[in-house]
Design a binder for this molecule. Structure first.
Ligand code: ZN
Ligand code: ZN
Length: 134
């Protein structure tokens, strides 16, 4: 499946081929939490040969000796992550043009999961803005 994605302002865009069996992990690690500002960050992992930036120049940050996180230097959207051995590219599911095209398959780093992030079905659910905005 050919998929595309982009940052919030549209300056950086990418494409990749998604194949059955690709791991799609919801990562609960502390680094993903800070990098995204969200409780957890969902990714899909593909070989570098199946991924390509199609427009713009993302900015890179070496978040560990082994990995670089790539994001839009203008709007800040986390886009993808590379490892220095070239094993895989992790692409953020939230930056996909069709975010439901890839279903997460596993949770990662649950040892660092924030305790309040286990979405209980009993909480009220709002299609759009919750009451604070009304
Ligand atoms: Zn941008
Ligand atoms: Zn992580």
């Amino acid at each position: 499946m050919h998929l595309t994605g982009a940052c919030l302002c549209g300056a950086v865009a990418y494409e990749f081929d998604h194949q059955p069996g690709d791991v799609a992990d919801i990562c609960h690690c502390a680094q993903c939490r800070r990098a995204s500002g969200a409780a957890a960050l969902p990714w899909v992992q593909v070989p570098p040969s199946r991924f390509r930036v199609t427009s713009g120049t993302p900015k890179g940050f070496a978040s560990s000796p082994q990995a670089t996180r790539w994001f839009c230097g203008d709007c800040g959207t986390p886009l993808y992550m590379t490892d220095h051995e070239g094993h895989s590219v992790g692409i953020t599911l939230g930056s996909l043009d069709q975010p439901e095209a890839v279903q997460p398959t596993v949770h990662g780093w649950v040892c660092e999961q924030v305790s309040w992030f286990s979405p209980p079905a009993s909480l009220p659910r709002y299609d759009r803005a919750p009451p604070y905005d009304q």
